[in-house]
Each structure stands twice: as structure tokens, then as C-alpha cells.
Design a protein around this ligand. Structure first.
Ligand code: C2E
Ligand code: MG
Ligand code: MG
Ligand code: MG
Length: 289
């Protein structure tokens, strides 16, 4: 059937848009309530150092177990939160949860163990960011050296002068900064040098191409760049032993992905940390033919 814009289809379309707008409107109210009533949860995904066979960091990832709709995917409610300004209280809630969890774990956390928290562009531009972080850390009695922030390239590159100032303040406090989803934006080498970042996180899309030898050139370049700038490099979204092997060959030892662990509760993280060492998957068997 040929597509024709008829009166009915226009009416139907606007009816659908009304439904979508209504769903969004109710979701917005639900999210506001969820933040206020502390319904949001935080899971932790381990980052493994395959050379040391140990979990050396973890990334905090927010979860919203919605009563009626099941679990809402983070990209969906994060963008809603960004558009409505709710990202500010949401991020504060995540920071508080992470700091309380760190305080509760106490010495169960290795001395140099950090937890990374994702910041959105709105958080980065928020004039209250630094005072809020200070207040949350002090409130929980957690040193800044436990925290790393993850920011995307796009957010960091939007206003370099501003980013330079904020990153310098974070560094002075002792908070580390990682560039998230690295390779998907447009940062230049010169900019990266200028910014006080500590870590590059190779985006999952490049890691996913490693199996067929496709993404090797990009991943190799990013790892080389990170090492030449003295930065730590983490590969995100590692799912297969072949990807792991390709990364190791290039000298990337810090691995995050389903191959080792999915995001887990703080309790489960503590249990994993208590295990003497991480079990590495077998090297992929050589091809038969
Ligand atoms: P991200 O910061 O790049 O986080 C990594 C995402 O990749 C997480 O998805 C994680 O569960 C997923 N992941 C990790 N390993 C694998 C793997 O091996 N395979 C696959 N397919 N996926 C893997 P998640 O938790 O759904 O979060 C999606 C995005 O939502 C995050 O991407 C981040 O941009 C945002 N986000 C999550 N939590 C927060 C938060 O607390 N605050 C803010 N501002 N953004 C958040
Ligand atoms: Mg992240
Ligand atoms: Mg990422
Ligand atoms: Mg991502």
C-alpha cells in the first residue's frame, strides 16, 4: 500500500503524539517522585586489571525499577532528566548513594579503589557542581580520592576554557576524571593534553568490532594515544575472549564488560572484592581449519 498523507493518517499521527506526550508527562512525574522518595538504585560494574587479576575500580550505574513499567533504560530517563533539569537532583542522589556505600564498605575496599560516577553535560555546567560534591563527600565522610567522574568528549570539548577551570578544581580536590565513550566525539590531541583528564574509556562500539579485526586500528590508536599522554585506558563493553586478547596484545589491561561482570549490587561487589583473584577466561582456542 502506497504511503499517502491523508486526513485520517494525520489525525492518527497526532493521536499517537498525544499518547507519547502523555506517557512522557506521566513518566516525568514518576521520575520526580522516584528521585524524591529514593527509589533509584545504583549498581556497580567492576573494572578488572587483567595483568593484576584484580578488580581495581567500578562504575556506578543508576537503575530505576519502575513499578508499572518495569525497568526503564537509563538512556531514556537520563535524557528526560536532562531536559527537565531533574538531572541535578538525580546526580546528587547517585553521588549520595555511592558515597554512603563507600563509607559502609570501609576497609573492605582496597586502599586505591575508586568508583566512577557519570556526569551529564547539565551537571558539568551547573555552577553548584563543586560545592555539591564537596558537601556530599563531607556528609558521608568519604575522601575525594575514592571518586572519579566520567564525562563524554562532547561535554568536555563544548567550552574548553570552562572545562579547563572545572577539571583543575576537581584535580585539586583529588577527584579523577575519565573521558567516557572515547572515540565517538571530536577531541583533538592538543585539547586532551590541555585538559587535566586521567583516563580514556574506549567506546564499546570500537571494542565490538575487534572480533573481526575491524576495529583494531582505532583501538590501537586510542591505546597508543592514552599511553603517550600518560593516561590510563579502559576498554568498555568487552564481551568475548577474542576482544580481551586483542586488547591485551595492544597493552590495554583495564577491562569492563559482560565478559567479567554485569553491573551488580554493592553487596555483590564487596563479595567479588573479597575473592583472592579474578578468574580470567581461557584464551580463545585456535581456529580448527
Ligand atoms: P556509559 O556511561 O557508557 O555506561 C556503560 C554502559 O554500558 C552501561 O549501560 C553498562 O551496563 C553497559 N555495558 C557494560 N558492559 C557491557 C557489555 O559488555 N555489553 C553491553 N552490551 N553493554 C555493556 P547502562 O547502565 O544501561 O547505562 C547507559 C548509559 O546511561 C551510560 O553509558 C551513561 O551514559 C548513562 N548513565 C547510566 N547511569 C548514569 C548516571 O548515574 N548518571 C548519568 N548522568 N548517566 C548515567
Ligand atoms: Mg560511563
Ligand atoms: Mg561509556
Ligand atoms: Mg556509553
Amino acid at each position: 500500500r502506497a504511503k499517502r498523507v491523508t486526513r485520517e493518517s494525520v489525525a492518527l499521527f497526532s493521536e499517537e503524539m498525544k499518547v507519547a506526550a502523555f506517557l512522557r508527562f506521566t513518566l516525568e512525574g514518576d521520575l520526580r517522585r522516584a528521585i524524591g522518595e529514593e527509589e533509584l538504585q545504583v549498581l556497580y560494574q567492576p573494572i578488572v586489571d587483567v595483568a593484576r587479576k584484580a578488580i581495581v575500580k567500578a562504575e556506578a550505574l543508576v537503575r530505576w525499577p519502575h513499578l508499572a513499567r518495569g525497568s526503564v533504560p537509563p538512556p531514556e530517563f537520563i535524557s528526560l532528566a536532562e531536559e527537565t533539569g531533574m538531572i541535578v537532583p538525580l546526580t546528587r542522589a547517585v553521588m549520595e548513594r555511592v558515597c554512603n556505600d563507600i563509607a559502609e564498605l570501609g576497609s573492605a575496599l582496597p586502599p586505591d579503589f575508586r568508583i566512577s560516577i557519570n556526569l551529564s553535560g547539565v551537571n558539568f555546567m551547573d555552577a553548584q557542581l563543586i560545592p555539591t560534591v564537596r558537601a556530599v563527600l563531607d556528609g558521608a565522610g568519604v575522601p575525594a580520592s575514592r571518586i572519579e567522574f566520567e564525562l563524554t568528549e562532547t561535554v568536555l570539548m563544548r567550552d574548553l576554557d570552562y572545562a579547563t577551570v572545572i577539571l583543575a578544581q576537581l584535580r585539586e580536590m583529588g577527584i579523577r576524571v575519565a573521558v567516557d565513550d572515547f572515540g565517538t566525539g571530536y577531541s583533538s590531541l592538543a585539547y586532551l593534553r590541555r585538559l587535566a583528564v586521567n583516563t580514556l574509556k574506549i567506546d564499546r562500539s570500537f571494542v565490538g568490532e575487534l572480533d573481526d579485526g575491524q576495529g583494531v586500528a582505532i583501538v590501537k590508536a586510542v591505546i597508543g594515544l592514552a599511553h603517550s599522554l600518560g593516561l590510563e585506558v579502559v576498554a568498555e563493553g568487552v564481551e568475548t575472549a577474542a576482544q580481551l586478547e586483542a586488547l591485551r596484545q595492544q597493552g590495554c589491561n583495564l577491562i569492563q564488560g559482560y565478559l567479567f561482570a554485569r553491573p551488580m549490587s554493592i553487596r555483590a561487589l564487596a563479595q567479588s572484592l573479597a575473592c583472592a583473584s579474578v578468574t580470567l577466561p581461557e584464551s580463545p582456542a585456535p581456529a580448527e581449519d
